[in-house]
Design a protein around this ligand. Structure first.
Ligand code: HEC
Ligand code: HEC
Ligand code: HEC
Length: 145
């Protein structure tokens, strides 16, 4: 039966493409605040199109690093700021260790190397991809100004 087969193939395609939550395909990251622009983060594209080192598919756990499985199936995927809070807010402690702040502020400005997104994204995966000829660590890759 062509129709049934067609439907089940559609269902399978839907399953295979299951990715970031609907409505969260693009996320404006504006948690820290400051002179630099907020970052328009291509959440869905990072999973569906972008590739990591060696052409490896990027999975949820690559960023949502506390997940038990690659896709976080059956787990709650918390936002980064659930654990990494702003400087000045009560710092979270997990397993007896203080969790890094979103950024450490100095004289009202975030210290550039303390920004967790810089550590994880810019100085993490983006920098690793330099070896493959991708120039994606410049400020304008992520900030419009
Ligand atoms: C891979 C992406 C990426 C790159 C490359 C990057 N940033 Fe960021 N940066 C972010 C993200 C995400 C934030 C968090 C934005 C927020 O929460 O407001 C951020 C925040 C900041 C902030 C603090 C927030 C603000 O609006 O002032 C500053 C300052 C900053 N970046 C400067 C830079 C500079 C300078 C460069 C280039 C040397 C750079 N960034 C490159 C992703 C990036
Ligand atoms: C390249 C990094 C990256 C990948 C891969 C990624 N995410 Fe995210 N995700 C983020 C960032 C950054 C945020 C924003 C966090 C914040 O606001 O603190 C986010 C937010 C979320 C949120 C919270 C949305 C909200 O506002 O409540 C959920 C749920 C989520 N992601 C699920 C997923 C799932 C499921 C996958 C895998 C299919 C995935 N993410 C893959 C980086 C990523
Ligand atoms: C359930 C809590 C939790 C969530 C959610 C979470 N983290 Fe973390 N994160 C931790 C813990 C615990 C550590 C280890 C302690 C530390 O180094 O701060 C850590 C460490 C880090 C570090 C290393 C910090 C350093 O100074 O070396 C980065 C970068 C980071 N997380 C980024 C992220 C990003 C980006 C997200 C969201 C996509 C995220 N985390 C979501 C708990 C969390």
């Amino acid at each position: 039966m062509v129709t049934v087969l067609g439907l089940s193939m559609l269902a399978m395609a839907g399953w295979a493409l299951a990715g970031v939550p609907a409505g969260k395909e693009v996320i404006a990251i504006n948690l820290i605040g400051g002179d630099k622009s907020p970052v328009t983060f291509q959440h869905a594209k990072h999973v569906a199109e972008h590739k990591g080192v060696g052409g490896k598919a990027i999975v949820c756990k690559d960023c949502h690093h506390t997940l038990k499985t690659d896709t976080g199936e059956g787990e709650t995927v918390a936002t980064c700021s659930t654990c990494h809070v702003k400087d000045g807010e009560a710092q979270k402690t997990i397993d007896g260790k203080p969790v890094a702040l979103l950024a450490t502020m100095k004289a009202g400005k975030p210290e550039i190397n303390s920004i967790i997104f810089h550590k994880k994204c810019k100085d993490g995966c983006h920098k690793d991809l330099k070896a493959e000829g991708k120039a994606i660590t410049g400020c304008k890759t992520c900030h419009t100004k």
